[in-house]
Design a protein around this ligand. Structure first.
Ligand SMILES: CC(C)(COP(=O)(O)OP(=O)(O)OC[C@H]1O[C@@H](n2cnc3c(N)ncnc32)[C@H](O)[C@@H]1OP(=O)(O)O)[C@@H](O)C(=O)NCCC(=O)NCCS
Length: 170
């Protein structure tokens, strides 16, 4: 990895929105939207935000828990919004928010917020350094601090899992 300083990019530069109409092929056995469809869109939106920031290929390495408090109906218009909240050396955390709208009544419901971590890859598939993230508003600065804390906790859990795995293999 090169030590040359890389110019930072703002949170706004990473921001991306996917809009998808939920059709019958997105249904589960109960006739509501399959949770996996939402997770796929969330991952795609987060990955696009990370790609916009890093301008390289990225892979997902972690997705924090996602809670579905109520079903999303077929016929809903989903808006999935993503932006970066934190970057490390090669990793990037994205915040992804899902809004479901009934296009007939106009009623909009916030259904999920998820945090995912991506790693930028170079041409050989190795982790690649990413530009620093520039937070320009109070909210972005607060999210950056929260993202740093979440990533520190993920690293702690990863290190603990690695210690457990090597103890089990001894
Ligand atoms: C991405 C990959 C190449 C990184 O390799 P690695 O040996 O883990 O590399 P590192 O340990 O240097 O980690 C790279 C970065 O990812 C972060 N990271 C790795 N695993 C993580 C996890 N579970 N949670 C959060 N961050 C993680 C590290 O903290 C590091 O961040 P930093 O550079 O900003 O400090 C490797 O983990 C991989 O190929 N994973 C599979 C990805 C994939 O295929 N995803 C799709 C699933 S179908």
């Amino acid at each position: 990895m090169s030590d040359t300083a890389i110019a930072g990019r703002t949170v706004a530069e990473s921001r991306v929105q996917l809009v998808q109409f939920m059709r019958p092929e997105h249904a589960n056995a109960l006739g509501n939207v399959h949770g996996g469809e939402i997770m796929k869109l969330v991952d795609e939106a987060g990955a696009l935000a990370a790609m916009r920031h890093a301008r390289t290929a990225v892979v997902t390495v972690a997705m924090d828990s996602m809670t579905f408090t109520e079903p999303i109906r077929i016929g809903a218009l989903l808006t999935v919004s993503a932006e970066l909240t934190y970057v490390g050396n090669t990793s990037m955390e994205a915040r992804v928010e899902v809004i479901a709208e009934n296009p007939i009544t106009g009623e909009r419901k916030h259904t999920n917020t998820a945090y995912l971590v991506y790693v930028a890859l170079d041409e050989s598939g190795r982790p690649k350094r990413v530009p620093p993230l520039i937070a320009t508003t109070e909210e972005e600065r607060a999210r950056l601090a929260e993202g740093a804390a979440r990533q520190a906790e993920r690293k702690r859990r990863r290190a603990a899992a690695s210690v457990r795995a090597s103890a089990e293999s001894d």
